[in-house]
Ligand binder design. Structure first.
Ligand SMILES: Cc1cc2nc3c(=O)[nH]c(=O)nc-3n(C[C@H](O)[C@H](O)[C@H](O)COP(=O)(O)OP(=O)(O)OC[C@H]3O[C@@H](n4cnc5c(N)ncnc54)[C@H](O)[C@@H]3O)c2cc1C
Length: 354
Protein backbone atom coordinates (compact mmCIF):
# COMPACT_ATOMS: atom_id res chain seq x y z
CA UNK A 1 0.00 0.00 0.00
CA UNK A 2 2.76 2.41 1.03
CA UNK A 3 4.76 1.67 -2.09
CA UNK A 4 1.79 2.10 -4.40
CA UNK A 5 0.90 5.45 -2.78
CA UNK A 6 4.44 6.66 -3.31
CA UNK A 7 4.24 5.69 -6.97
CA UNK A 8 0.89 7.45 -7.28
CA UNK A 9 2.27 10.63 -5.69
CA UNK A 10 5.27 10.61 -7.97
CA UNK A 11 3.16 10.17 -11.08
CA UNK A 12 0.82 12.95 -9.90
CA UNK A 13 3.66 15.40 -9.85
CA UNK A 14 4.76 14.42 -13.31
CA UNK A 15 1.27 14.25 -14.71
CA UNK A 16 0.76 17.83 -15.81
CA UNK A 17 3.68 17.87 -18.17
CA UNK A 18 3.35 14.30 -19.39
CA UNK A 19 -0.34 14.43 -20.29
CA UNK A 20 -0.15 17.79 -22.04
CA UNK A 21 -0.68 17.17 -25.73
CA UNK A 22 -2.29 13.75 -25.30
CA UNK A 23 -5.18 13.36 -27.64
CA UNK A 24 -7.72 11.95 -25.22
CA UNK A 25 -8.24 11.87 -21.46
CA UNK A 26 -10.30 8.96 -20.12
CA UNK A 27 -11.58 9.55 -16.58
CA UNK A 28 -12.14 6.21 -14.84
CA UNK A 29 -9.96 3.09 -15.04
CA UNK A 30 -12.71 0.51 -14.54
CA UNK A 31 -13.66 -2.10 -17.13
CA UNK A 32 -15.43 0.45 -19.34
CA UNK A 33 -12.64 3.05 -19.23
CA UNK A 34 -10.07 0.34 -19.92
CA UNK A 35 -11.92 -0.94 -22.99
CA UNK A 36 -12.33 2.59 -24.32
CA UNK A 37 -8.68 3.51 -23.74
CA UNK A 38 -7.47 0.29 -25.37
CA UNK A 39 -9.61 0.71 -28.49
CA UNK A 40 -8.65 4.37 -28.91
CA UNK A 41 -4.96 3.52 -28.44
CA UNK A 42 -5.29 0.73 -31.01
CA UNK A 43 -6.81 3.34 -33.32
CA UNK A 44 -3.61 5.36 -33.00
CA UNK A 45 -4.65 7.96 -30.41
CA UNK A 46 -2.53 8.81 -27.41
CA UNK A 47 -4.60 8.25 -24.28
CA UNK A 48 -4.17 9.37 -20.68
CA UNK A 49 -6.29 7.51 -18.12
CA UNK A 50 -6.84 8.83 -14.60
CA UNK A 51 -8.56 7.20 -11.67
CA UNK A 52 -9.44 8.60 -8.27
CA UNK A 53 -8.48 5.24 -6.74
CA UNK A 54 -6.59 2.32 -8.24
CA UNK A 55 -7.23 0.60 -11.56
CA UNK A 56 -10.39 -1.54 -11.55
CA UNK A 57 -10.99 -1.33 -7.81
CA UNK A 58 -14.50 0.19 -7.85
CA UNK A 59 -17.56 -1.59 -9.34
CA UNK A 60 -15.33 -3.70 -11.60
CA UNK A 61 -13.68 -5.22 -8.50
CA UNK A 62 -17.12 -6.11 -7.12
CA UNK A 63 -18.57 -7.81 -10.19
CA UNK A 64 -18.81 -11.57 -10.29
CA UNK A 65 -17.17 -11.49 -13.70
CA UNK A 66 -19.87 -13.06 -15.84
CA UNK A 67 -19.94 -12.16 -19.50
CA UNK A 68 -23.38 -13.25 -20.62
CA UNK A 69 -25.96 -12.00 -23.12
CA UNK A 70 -28.72 -9.78 -21.71
CA UNK A 71 -31.97 -11.74 -21.51
CA UNK A 72 -34.02 -9.09 -23.28
CA UNK A 73 -35.09 -9.91 -26.81
CA UNK A 74 -34.02 -6.57 -28.33
CA UNK A 75 -30.59 -6.61 -26.64
CA UNK A 76 -29.61 -10.23 -27.13
CA UNK A 77 -27.80 -9.99 -30.46
CA UNK A 78 -25.80 -6.93 -29.41
CA UNK A 79 -24.82 -8.24 -26.00
CA UNK A 80 -23.92 -11.63 -27.47
CA UNK A 81 -21.50 -9.82 -29.77
CA UNK A 82 -20.15 -7.98 -26.70
CA UNK A 83 -19.59 -11.33 -24.96
CA UNK A 84 -17.75 -12.64 -28.01
CA UNK A 85 -15.50 -9.56 -28.14
CA UNK A 86 -14.65 -9.52 -24.42
CA UNK A 87 -14.00 -13.27 -24.49
CA UNK A 88 -11.64 -13.12 -27.46
CA UNK A 89 -9.95 -10.01 -26.04
CA UNK A 90 -9.36 -11.72 -22.69
CA UNK A 91 -7.97 -14.76 -24.50
CA UNK A 92 -5.64 -12.59 -26.58
CA UNK A 93 -4.37 -10.68 -23.53
CA UNK A 94 -3.60 -13.85 -21.57
CA UNK A 95 -6.56 -13.66 -19.17
CA UNK A 96 -8.14 -17.00 -20.09
CA UNK A 97 -11.93 -16.92 -19.81
CA UNK A 98 -13.83 -20.00 -18.63
CA UNK A 99 -16.67 -20.84 -21.00
CA UNK A 100 -19.86 -21.53 -19.07
CA UNK A 101 -23.62 -21.66 -19.12
CA UNK A 102 -25.68 -19.42 -16.83
CA UNK A 103 -28.84 -20.59 -15.09
CA UNK A 104 -31.52 -17.90 -14.74
CA UNK A 105 -33.99 -18.58 -11.93
CA UNK A 106 -36.86 -16.69 -10.38
CA UNK A 107 -38.05 -16.91 -6.78
CA UNK A 108 -41.66 -16.17 -7.85
CA UNK A 109 -44.04 -18.28 -9.94
CA UNK A 110 -44.76 -15.28 -12.16
CA UNK A 111 -41.06 -14.72 -12.75
CA UNK A 112 -40.55 -18.37 -13.68
CA UNK A 113 -43.49 -18.16 -16.10
CA UNK A 114 -41.91 -15.07 -17.67
CA UNK A 115 -38.58 -16.91 -18.12
CA UNK A 116 -40.42 -19.89 -19.63
CA UNK A 117 -42.32 -17.60 -22.04
CA UNK A 118 -39.05 -15.98 -23.07
CA UNK A 119 -37.53 -19.40 -23.69
CA UNK A 120 -40.53 -20.55 -25.77
CA UNK A 121 -40.27 -17.36 -27.77
CA UNK A 122 -36.55 -17.46 -28.45
CA UNK A 123 -35.46 -21.11 -28.42
CA UNK A 124 -33.59 -22.28 -31.48
CA UNK A 125 -32.02 -18.87 -32.02
CA UNK A 126 -28.73 -17.36 -31.00
CA UNK A 127 -27.59 -17.30 -28.20
CA UNK A 128 -28.47 -20.89 -27.46
CA UNK A 129 -31.08 -21.20 -24.70
CA UNK A 130 -32.33 -24.35 -23.00
CA UNK A 131 -34.84 -25.04 -20.25
CA UNK A 132 -33.60 -26.92 -17.19
CA UNK A 133 -36.35 -28.63 -15.23
CA UNK A 134 -34.32 -29.85 -12.30
CA UNK A 135 -31.34 -27.60 -11.86
CA UNK A 136 -29.63 -29.62 -9.11
CA UNK A 137 -30.30 -29.03 -5.45
CA UNK A 138 -30.90 -25.36 -6.20
CA UNK A 139 -34.29 -26.41 -7.57
CA UNK A 140 -35.60 -26.32 -3.98
CA UNK A 141 -37.91 -23.34 -4.12
CA UNK A 142 -37.49 -22.82 -7.87
CA UNK A 143 -39.69 -24.18 -10.64
CA UNK A 144 -36.98 -24.70 -13.22
CA UNK A 145 -34.91 -22.19 -15.08
CA UNK A 146 -33.63 -20.89 -18.34
CA UNK A 147 -30.03 -21.64 -19.27
CA UNK A 148 -28.10 -19.14 -21.37
CA UNK A 149 -25.23 -20.84 -23.20
CA UNK A 150 -22.48 -18.77 -24.89
CA UNK A 151 -21.33 -17.22 -21.59
CA UNK A 152 -17.96 -16.94 -19.86
CA UNK A 153 -16.38 -16.16 -16.50
CA UNK A 154 -13.57 -13.63 -16.72
CA UNK A 155 -11.18 -12.08 -14.21
CA UNK A 156 -12.26 -8.49 -14.93
CA UNK A 157 -9.71 -6.83 -12.67
CA UNK A 158 -6.79 -8.46 -14.47
CA UNK A 159 -8.39 -7.87 -17.85
CA UNK A 160 -8.80 -4.13 -17.16
CA UNK A 161 -5.16 -3.90 -16.08
CA UNK A 162 -4.00 -5.72 -19.25
CA UNK A 163 -6.16 -3.52 -21.49
CA UNK A 164 -4.43 -0.48 -20.00
CA UNK A 165 -0.94 -1.91 -20.61
CA UNK A 166 -0.37 -0.28 -23.99
CA UNK A 167 2.43 1.86 -25.37
CA UNK A 168 0.03 4.70 -26.21
CA UNK A 169 -1.77 4.64 -22.82
CA UNK A 170 -0.50 6.42 -19.68
CA UNK A 171 -2.31 5.61 -16.42
CA UNK A 172 -2.37 7.92 -13.39
CA UNK A 173 -3.85 6.51 -10.20
CA UNK A 174 -5.07 8.54 -7.24
CA UNK A 175 -6.00 11.49 -9.44
CA UNK A 176 -9.58 12.61 -8.84
CA UNK A 177 -10.89 14.99 -11.47
CA UNK A 178 -13.01 17.62 -9.76
CA UNK A 179 -14.15 19.80 -12.66
CA UNK A 180 -13.97 20.19 -16.43
CA UNK A 181 -13.21 23.53 -18.07
CA UNK A 182 -13.39 25.08 -21.51
CA UNK A 183 -11.29 28.22 -21.76
CA UNK A 184 -9.63 29.89 -24.78
CA UNK A 185 -10.74 27.04 -27.06
CA UNK A 186 -8.94 24.58 -24.78
CA UNK A 187 -10.52 21.69 -22.88
CA UNK A 188 -9.06 20.82 -19.50
CA UNK A 189 -9.75 18.67 -16.45
CA UNK A 190 -8.83 19.85 -12.97
CA UNK A 191 -7.73 17.78 -10.01
CA UNK A 192 -6.09 18.96 -6.79
CA UNK A 193 -2.89 20.64 -7.94
CA UNK A 194 -3.08 19.47 -11.56
CA UNK A 195 -4.59 20.64 -14.81
CA UNK A 196 -4.79 18.18 -17.68
CA UNK A 197 -5.12 19.79 -21.13
CA UNK A 198 -6.58 17.56 -23.77
CA UNK A 199 -8.44 17.44 -27.07
CA UNK A 200 -11.25 15.25 -25.79
CA UNK A 201 -12.50 13.87 -22.49
CA UNK A 202 -14.33 10.59 -21.94
CA UNK A 203 -16.25 10.14 -18.69
CA UNK A 204 -16.10 6.46 -17.75
CA UNK A 205 -16.79 7.26 -14.13
CA UNK A 206 -19.78 4.95 -13.64
CA UNK A 207 -21.92 6.05 -10.67
CA UNK A 208 -19.81 9.16 -10.03
CA UNK A 209 -20.51 10.85 -13.37
CA UNK A 210 -22.97 13.25 -11.73
CA UNK A 211 -20.10 14.96 -9.89
CA UNK A 212 -18.74 16.23 -13.21
CA UNK A 213 -22.03 16.71 -15.06
CA UNK A 214 -25.42 17.65 -13.57
CA UNK A 215 -27.05 16.21 -16.71
CA UNK A 216 -25.57 12.78 -16.02
CA UNK A 217 -26.59 12.96 -12.35
CA UNK A 218 -30.19 12.74 -13.54
CA UNK A 219 -29.71 10.47 -16.56
CA UNK A 220 -28.48 7.27 -14.87
CA UNK A 221 -29.57 6.18 -11.41
CA UNK A 222 -27.13 5.05 -8.75
CA UNK A 223 -27.67 1.55 -7.36
CA UNK A 224 -26.11 0.25 -4.17
CA UNK A 225 -24.81 -3.30 -4.22
CA UNK A 226 -23.01 -5.79 -2.04
CA UNK A 227 -20.57 -8.57 -2.91
CA UNK A 228 -19.63 -11.49 -0.70
CA UNK A 229 -16.64 -13.75 -1.42
CA UNK A 230 -15.52 -16.95 0.23
CA UNK A 231 -11.89 -17.82 0.70
CA UNK A 232 -10.49 -20.10 -2.03
CA UNK A 233 -12.07 -23.50 -1.40
CA UNK A 234 -9.39 -25.68 -2.92
CA UNK A 235 -8.21 -26.62 0.59
CA UNK A 236 -11.72 -27.71 1.57
CA UNK A 237 -12.55 -30.38 -1.03
CA UNK A 238 -15.76 -31.60 0.64
CA UNK A 239 -17.14 -28.10 0.79
CA UNK A 240 -16.05 -27.36 -2.77
CA UNK A 241 -17.89 -30.52 -3.86
CA UNK A 242 -21.03 -29.29 -2.10
CA UNK A 243 -20.72 -25.89 -3.80
CA UNK A 244 -20.35 -27.56 -7.19
CA UNK A 245 -23.47 -29.65 -6.54
CA UNK A 246 -25.50 -26.70 -5.35
CA UNK A 247 -24.44 -24.26 -8.05
CA UNK A 248 -23.20 -26.41 -10.93
CA UNK A 249 -23.16 -23.32 -13.11
CA UNK A 250 -23.35 -19.58 -12.38
CA UNK A 251 -26.81 -18.49 -11.23
CA UNK A 252 -28.66 -15.27 -11.95
CA UNK A 253 -31.71 -15.08 -9.72
CA UNK A 254 -34.60 -12.62 -10.14
CA UNK A 255 -33.03 -10.76 -13.06
CA UNK A 256 -29.68 -10.34 -11.34
CA UNK A 257 -30.95 -9.26 -7.94
CA UNK A 258 -28.63 -12.08 -6.88
CA UNK A 259 -25.72 -13.49 -8.92
CA UNK A 260 -23.77 -16.54 -7.73
CA UNK A 261 -20.67 -18.05 -9.32
CA UNK A 262 -17.45 -19.86 -8.60
CA UNK A 263 -14.59 -17.59 -9.50
CA UNK A 264 -11.57 -18.73 -11.47
CA UNK A 265 -9.46 -18.90 -8.30
CA UNK A 266 -11.82 -21.35 -6.58
CA UNK A 267 -13.96 -18.98 -4.50
CA UNK A 268 -17.71 -18.65 -4.42
CA UNK A 269 -18.76 -15.07 -5.04
CA UNK A 270 -22.25 -13.66 -4.60
CA UNK A 271 -23.36 -10.18 -5.69
CA UNK A 272 -26.71 -8.62 -4.81
CA UNK A 273 -28.66 -5.45 -5.33
CA UNK A 274 -32.30 -4.46 -5.20
CA UNK A 275 -34.33 -2.51 -7.71
CA UNK A 276 -34.97 1.02 -6.45
CA UNK A 277 -32.42 0.45 -3.68
CA UNK A 278 -35.19 -1.10 -1.59
CA UNK A 279 -34.47 -3.70 1.10
CA UNK A 280 -31.20 -5.25 2.15
CA UNK A 281 -29.00 -6.96 -0.49
CA UNK A 282 -26.58 -8.19 2.20
CA UNK A 283 -29.56 -9.88 3.86
CA UNK A 284 -30.40 -11.58 0.54
CA UNK A 285 -26.87 -12.98 0.34
CA UNK A 286 -26.97 -14.16 3.95
CA UNK A 287 -30.33 -15.82 3.29
CA UNK A 288 -28.96 -17.64 0.23
CA UNK A 289 -25.96 -18.90 2.17
CA UNK A 290 -28.13 -19.94 5.11
CA UNK A 291 -30.54 -21.85 2.86
CA UNK A 292 -28.13 -23.59 0.50
CA UNK A 293 -24.56 -23.43 1.78
CA UNK A 294 -24.63 -22.88 5.52
CA UNK A 295 -21.13 -24.30 6.08
CA UNK A 296 -19.66 -21.68 3.76
CA UNK A 297 -20.32 -18.78 6.12
CA UNK A 298 -17.28 -19.88 8.14
CA UNK A 299 -15.17 -19.47 5.00
CA UNK A 300 -16.05 -15.82 4.42
CA UNK A 301 -13.18 -13.78 2.98
CA UNK A 302 -14.80 -10.40 2.43
CA UNK A 303 -17.96 -8.34 2.16
CA UNK A 304 -17.74 -5.29 -0.11
CA UNK A 305 -20.33 -2.61 -0.66
CA UNK A 306 -20.36 -0.44 -3.76
CA UNK A 307 -22.36 1.64 -6.18
CA UNK A 308 -22.89 1.42 -9.90
CA UNK A 309 -25.01 3.32 -12.40
CA UNK A 310 -28.06 1.73 -13.95
CA UNK A 311 -30.49 3.10 -16.51
CA UNK A 312 -34.20 2.21 -16.32
CA UNK A 313 -33.98 -0.17 -19.33
CA UNK A 314 -30.50 -1.50 -18.51
CA UNK A 315 -29.02 -0.12 -21.74
CA UNK A 316 -25.93 2.02 -21.12
CA UNK A 317 -25.72 5.71 -21.91
CA UNK A 318 -23.07 6.71 -24.42
CA UNK A 319 -23.08 10.19 -25.92
CA UNK A 320 -21.66 13.69 -26.07
CA UNK A 321 -22.37 16.41 -23.53
CA UNK A 322 -23.91 19.56 -24.92
CA UNK A 323 -21.62 22.61 -24.88
CA UNK A 324 -18.13 23.49 -26.03
CA UNK A 325 -15.34 20.95 -26.35
CA UNK A 326 -15.57 17.22 -26.89
CA UNK A 327 -16.78 15.64 -23.66
CA UNK A 328 -18.18 12.14 -24.18
CA UNK A 329 -19.66 9.81 -21.59
CA UNK A 330 -20.08 6.03 -21.26
CA UNK A 331 -21.85 4.76 -18.17
CA UNK A 332 -24.74 2.64 -16.96
CA UNK A 333 -23.27 -0.76 -17.89
CA UNK A 334 -25.18 -2.15 -14.90
CA UNK A 335 -25.23 -5.87 -14.32
CA UNK A 336 -24.31 -6.71 -17.93
CA UNK A 337 -21.12 -4.64 -17.80
CA UNK A 338 -18.81 -7.28 -19.30
CA UNK A 339 -21.11 -7.69 -22.31
CA UNK A 340 -21.63 -3.97 -22.81
CA UNK A 341 -18.11 -2.60 -22.21
CA UNK A 342 -16.64 -3.49 -25.67
CA UNK A 343 -19.76 -2.12 -27.39
CA UNK A 344 -19.58 1.12 -25.40
CA UNK A 345 -15.96 1.48 -26.48
CA UNK A 346 -16.91 1.02 -30.15
CA UNK A 347 -19.59 3.70 -29.86
CA UNK A 348 -17.18 6.14 -28.21
CA UNK A 349 -14.68 5.56 -31.03
CA UNK A 350 -17.41 6.29 -33.60
CA UNK A 351 -18.44 9.49 -31.79
CA UNK A 352 -14.82 10.66 -31.67
CA UNK A 353 -14.44 10.10 -35.38
CA UNK A 354 -17.33 12.49 -35.70
C1 LIG B 1 -21.60 -4.54 -5.57
C2 LIG B 1 -21.64 -4.68 -7.05
C3 LIG B 1 -21.84 -5.93 -7.60
C4 LIG B 1 -21.84 -6.10 -9.00
N1 LIG B 1 -22.00 -7.34 -9.48
C5 LIG B 1 -21.96 -7.53 -10.83
C6 LIG B 1 -22.06 -8.82 -11.37
O1 LIG B 1 -22.20 -9.79 -10.66
N2 LIG B 1 -22.02 -8.97 -12.73
C7 LIG B 1 -21.86 -7.89 -13.54
O2 LIG B 1 -21.84 -8.06 -14.75
N3 LIG B 1 -21.78 -6.66 -13.05
C8 LIG B 1 -21.82 -6.46 -11.72
N4 LIG B 1 -21.71 -5.21 -11.21
C9 LIG B 1 -21.63 -4.11 -12.14
C10 LIG B 1 -20.26 -4.02 -12.81
O3 LIG B 1 -19.32 -3.98 -11.81
C11 LIG B 1 -20.25 -2.79 -13.68
O4 LIG B 1 -21.15 -2.90 -14.75
C12 LIG B 1 -18.89 -2.53 -14.33
O5 LIG B 1 -17.83 -2.92 -13.52
C13 LIG B 1 -18.83 -1.06 -14.60
O6 LIG B 1 -17.53 -0.72 -15.01
P1 LIG B 1 -17.16 0.81 -15.06
O7 LIG B 1 -15.81 0.88 -15.65
O8 LIG B 1 -18.26 1.57 -15.72
O9 LIG B 1 -17.20 1.29 -13.54
P2 LIG B 1 -16.14 1.22 -12.35
O10 LIG B 1 -15.45 -0.07 -12.27
O11 LIG B 1 -16.90 1.69 -11.15
O12 LIG B 1 -15.05 2.29 -12.78
C14 LIG B 1 -15.26 3.68 -12.69
C15 LIG B 1 -13.95 4.28 -12.23
O13 LIG B 1 -14.05 5.70 -12.31
C16 LIG B 1 -13.30 6.25 -11.25
N5 LIG B 1 -13.77 7.62 -11.03
C17 LIG B 1 -15.03 8.03 -10.78
N6 LIG B 1 -15.09 9.36 -10.67
C18 LIG B 1 -13.82 9.81 -10.90
C19 LIG B 1 -13.23 11.12 -10.94
N7 LIG B 1 -13.97 12.24 -10.73
N8 LIG B 1 -11.91 11.24 -11.20
C20 LIG B 1 -11.15 10.12 -11.42
N9 LIG B 1 -11.68 8.86 -11.40
C21 LIG B 1 -12.99 8.72 -11.14
C22 LIG B 1 -13.59 5.31 -10.07
O14 LIG B 1 -12.58 5.40 -9.09
C23 LIG B 1 -13.65 3.95 -10.77
O15 LIG B 1 -12.42 3.25 -10.69
C24 LIG B 1 -21.68 -4.99 -9.84
C25 LIG B 1 -21.49 -3.72 -9.27
C26 LIG B 1 -21.46 -3.57 -7.89
C27 LIG B 1 -21.24 -2.20 -7.32
Amino acid sequence: MTDRSAVARASNTAMDARTKGKDVLVIGAGLVGAFIANLLANNGLRVAVVDAQYTAQAATRRAVGLATPMLVREQMADTLRGVEIITSTAQRLGVPPRACRVLHLSSSAAGTDALRALYDDLKGGKPKLTWELEPGTISIGFGGGLVAHNSALIDLETLAARLLRHSRISVYEHVEIQSLEWHNEQLSALSAGNTVYTDAIILATNAYAGILSPYLADAAGMVRGVTWSSRPLNDAPALLQRVLQTTPMPLIIDQAQLTVAQTLDGRLRIAAWRKGNQGDPAGDIAQFLHTYLRALARHTDEWRTGVTSLTPDGIPLVGKLAGDGTVLYALGAGIYGPAWAPLMAERIAQLLEG
